[in-house]
Design a protein around this ligand. Structure first.
Ligand code: FES
Length: 676
C-alpha cells in the first residue's frame, strides 16, 4: 500500500499505449487496472497462477520520454522464485508481485492480456476478442468456527465479494453438494467457475485451471462442434458428424412432415440430435485431453427447424404459411435440461432466430461476416440444405431463405458425401481431351485417372462433396459435356470413353475404380446435374428477389459460406450461376461462417448482445410464397442463366454447341493446367 505522501511515478503499458501516473509503491497489477489495462489473473494476485506475466523495458524510450529498468520495480519475491522453479519465467515478472519504484515502461505479452484478441483460423482469418461468459477465480474462503453460525456458501460469498468484488451470486443447485468437500479438501481455498458474474457453476478444491466451451452448429445435414479454451480462446478440437435426423427426412420439410405424421417423430429426432451432440462433445474432449466435466459453457446455432427439434419443440408450425416460430429470442438454459452430458451445471446459450426460415445459424453467420458493419453492399450466402441469404450494409440488412435441397452437401448425388477425408473437393476437366483430374479433402495430390499414376492412399476418393460437385458440373459445362440447359451431349456417349449410359441416363466417369477407396468408379450423372440445377436455381431466385427488394441490380461483394466443403471456387460458382455476376476478386469463400459465429458468441459475451441486435434489426423478406420466385427460378435453371448477363465471365463460357453434336470448338481450345 503506497503511503499518501508517496511521489507520483509514470507508468506506460504497451501495446495498449496506456500511460498515467501512480503513487510509488503501487502494486503493478492494480496500477495496470487503474490505467485501463486488464491483465489475466485467476489467483487474484496471490502470485501463484502465473497469468499476469510482464516484461520490463530496459533503457530510454523516446516515444514515452521515460527511462525504465528492472530496478523500476520492487525486487523479485520468494513467490516469484517458487513459481519460476516450476515454470519458465524467462526475463519476466509477475505483475501482482511487483510494486512500482520508479518510472517504468511495461510490455504486456499477448497471453497476459485479459481481453486478448485471437485470430481464428477459418477459411478466412477472423479476430475474436476473448471475453467469455464463463471464467474462473481462485478464492480463499473463511474457515468454519464454533462461533460462526454462517453456512459455507455464505462465507464463500463474503470472500468472493472481498477478494473479487463479486456480489449477488447464485449457486447452481447441482454445484451445492460439491461445495463443502471442495472447501475442506482445499483447506478453504477453492477455484470457482462463474457464469456471467451471476452464478457459480463449479467449486473445485485449491487452485486449478481449465474452463472450456463448445460452439455447435446444427445443420440439416452436418453437425459441427468446436471445443475452445475459454481463457485463451484457443480452438482445441473440431468434430463433425452427419445429422442423424437425415434418416427421418433429407430436407427440412420432410422432417417437419415426419413430426406431423408420427407421434414419436419429434421425440426420435430430438433424442437423435442430442445423442450426436453428446458424442461430438465426448470426441472433442478426448482429443483435447480434458474431462467432459470441464466443459461449462455451450453455444448452439441452427436453422429454425433444427433449433426447434433440438429444443424439443414441435416444428409443425414451420411447415406452412405463416411459418410461425415458437420464439425468436435468445435462450440461456442449463445444458442438462436437454440431456447434454457436459459439466452438470454447464450453461447453454442458444442464439436468436430472425424468422420462420431464417434462424440462429444465419445470425451467427452475420456475427462472423458483419454485413451490418460493411460499407460495401454485401451478399452473404450460407449454402446448405436451405440456403440463407443476406444482402445489406450498415444502412439496411435484408435476409431470406431458399429451399436449395441437400445436393450442395453431397446428398441426393449418386456418389455424394459430406466434406471429409477422401471426398473429391476440386475437379478439372480438360476441354480438349475430356481428361479429368481431381483432388480429395485431406490430400494435396492431384489424381489424373487413367494415367498409370500410383495413387497414394490419402488421395484415393470415396465420393464427391459439395464443392467437388459444384466444380464438376461447372467443368462439364465448360468442356461441352453438358449444355446450357444441363443436358448431357448424347453424341459424346459413343465417342468419348468417359461418357457413357448407365441405365436410362448418361454419366461422366470422374474417378476410376482402380484409384478409389471403394474400388468402384465415381461418376457424375444426369440426375446429379439436375439436382445441382434445382438447388442453384432456388438459391439464385432468392438472391434476385432480395436484390429486387433492395432496388439494386449489382452487389459489391459476395461471401459464400457453408459447411458443405472446405473450399468452394468462386469462379465455378459463378459459371454455374449459383451467384450473380460480380467482380471475381470480390467473391470469397469463408467455410462454415455459422460455426465461426457460434465460436465468437462462445468466446465473447458482448457478441451475444450484438447477435440479439442483429436478429431484431434485420428485415426478413418472405420469398417462399412470392409469385416472382417461380419466374426467377425458371430463368435460373440454365447455366449460368437463361437471360441474365455475366460480363465478368466474358471469354470463359463455352459457345452453345448444336444439339447432338460434338463441340467443334473443343479442338481449338487451349488446354488448361490440371490444377489451374
Ligand atoms: S495474478 Fe496470479 S500470479 Fe499474478
Amino acid at each position: 500500500m503506497p503511503s499518501p505522501a508517496a511521489p507520483m511515478l509514470q507508468v506506460a503499458l504497451m501495446p495498449a499505449g496506456r500511460r498515467g501516473s501512480v503513487a510509488r509503491g503501487t502494486n503493478l497489477l492494480q496500477a495496470a487496472r487503474a490505467l485501463g489495462v486488464e491483465l489475466e489473473s485467476i489467483c487474484g494476485g496471490r502470485q501463484t497462477c502465473g497469468k499476469c506475466q510482464i516484461v520490463v523495458h530496459e533503457g530510454r524510450d523516446q516515444t514515452h520520454a521515460l527511462s525504465s529498468s528492472a530496478a523500476s520495480l520492487s525486487p523479485v519475491t520468494d513467490s516469484e522464485r517458487a513459481y519460476a522453479a516450476k515454470n519458465p519465467l524467462p526475463g519476466r515478472r509477475l505483475a501482482c508481485a511487483c510494486t512500482v519504484q520508479a518510472d517504468v515502461l511495461i510490455l504486456v505479452p499477448p497471453e497476459s492480456q485479459a481481453r486478448k484478441q485471437i485470430v481464428a483460423k477459418a477459411a478466412t482469418e477472423r479476430t475474436i476478442s476473448v471475453l467469455p461468459a464463463v471464467r474462473q477465480v481462485y478464492v480463499e474462503s473463511i474457515a468454519p468456527d464454533m462461533d460462526d453460525a454462517r453456512g459455507d456458501w455464505e462465507r464463500l460469498q463474503v470472500a468472493l465479494a472481498a477478494q473479487w468484488g463479486l456480489t449477488g451470486l447464485q449457486l447452481d443447485v447441482l454445484a451445492l453438494p460439491t461445495l463443502q468437500p471442495a472447501l475442506r479438501q482445499g483447506k478453504e481455498c477453492v477455484t470457482v467457475t462463474l457464469w456471467q458474474e451471476q452464478q457459480v457453476l463449479r467449486v473445485q478444491p485449491g487452485y486449478t485451471e481449465g474452463a472450456y466451451g463448445l460452439a455447435v452448429d446444427v445443420g440439416s445435414t452436418t453437425v459441427v462442434a468446436h471445443l475452445c479454451n475459454l481463457r485463451t480462446g484457443a480452438l482445441l478440437s473440431t468434430q463433425s458428424a452427419m445429422n442423424p435426423q437425415v434418416k427421418y427426412g433429407e430436407d427440412l420439410m420432410s422432417r417437419v412432415s415426419y413430426s406431423m405424421l408420427d407421434k414419436q417423430g419429434l421425440a426420435r429426432m430430438h433424442s437423435a440430435i442430442i445423442r450426436t451432440l453428446n458424442q461430438l462433445a465426448a470426441d472433442a474432449a478426448v482429443q483435447a485431453g480434458i474431462s467432459l466435466h470441464d466443459i461449462c459453457d455451450m453455444v448452439l446455432v441452427a436453422n429454425p427447424v433444427m433449433h426447434h427439434i433440438a429444443l424439443n419443440i414441435d416444428p409443425v408450425e414451420l411447415g406452412g404459411a405463416p411459418f410461425a416460430v415458437a420464439l425468436n429470442a435468445a435462450l440461456d438454459l442449463k445444458a442438462r435440461d436437454l440431456g447434454l452430458k457436459l459439466n452438470p451445471c454447464a450453461q447453454l446459450h442458444v442464439l436468436p432466430n430472425i424468422a420462420g426460415h431464417v434462424g440462429a445459424d444465419n445470425v451467427a453467420a452475420q456475427l462472423a461476416e458483419a454485413p451490418h458493419r460493411s460499407d460495401d453492399l454485401l451478399l452473404l450466402i450460407d449454402v446448405g440444405t436451405n440456403a440463407e441469404i443476406v444482402l445489406g450494409n450498415r444502412q439496411q440488412v435484408l435476409a431470406c431463405s431458399s429451399p436449395t435441397g441437400p445436393a450442395f452437401e453431397g446428398a441426393q448425388i449418386a456418389h455424394g458425401q459430406r466434406a471429409a477425408p477422401g471426398a473429391i473437393e476440386r475437379v478439372r476437366i480438360d476441354p480438349v481431351t475430356l481428361q479429368p483430374s481431381y483432388k480429395v479433402c485431406g490430400s494435396d495430390t492431384w489424381v489424373l485417372p487413367g494415367s498409370g499414376q500410383l495413387v497414394p492412399q490419402d488421395a484415393r476418393a470415396t465420393g464427391i462433396c459439395g464443392s467437388g460437385i459444384i466444380e464438376a458440373v461447372a467443368e462439364l459445362f465448360l468442356a461441352g459435356v453438358i449444355s446450357k440447359d444441363g443436358r448431357f451431349n448424347s453424341a459424346l456417349a459413343g465417342t468419348q470413353p468417359r461418357v457413357h449410359a448407365s441405365g436410362r441416363q448418361l454419366e461422366f466417369v470422374l474417378a476410376d475404380g482402380a484409384d478409389t477407396s471403394t474400388g468402384s468408379n465415381i461418376t457424375v450423372t444426369q440426375n446429379d446435374v439436375r439436382a445441382i440445377q434445382l438447388g442453384k436455381a432456388a438459391l439464385y431466385a432468392g438472391v434476385k428477389l432480395l436484390m429486387e427488394h433492395r432496388g439494386v441490380t449489382q452487389v459489391d461483394r459476395i461471401v459464400l459460406a457453408g459447411a458443405f466443403g472446405s473450399y468452394i471456387s468462386p469462379r465455378h460458382a459463378m459459371i454455374l450461376g449459383l451467384i450473380p455476376d460480380c467482380d471475381l476478386e470480390k467473391v470469397s469463400a469463408v467455410g462454415n461462417a455459422a460455426g465461426d459465429g457460434a465460436r465468437i458468441a462462445l468466446l465473447n459475451r458482448a457478441a451475444r448482445v450484438e447477435a440479439a441486435q442483429i436478429a431484431q434489426s434485420v428485415q426478413h423478406v418472405q420469398t417462399a410464397v412470392a409469385p416472382r420466385f417461380q419466374e426467377e427460378f425458371i430463368g435460373a435453371m440454365a447455366l449460368p442463366h437463361a437471360t441474365d448477363a455475366f460480363p465478368h465471365l466474358a471469354g470463359m463460357l463455352p459457345l452453345e454447341p448444336a444439339a447432338g453434336s460434338v463441340p467443334a470448338e473443343r479442338a481449338t481450345r487451349r488446354r488448361r493446367p490440371a490444377a489451374a
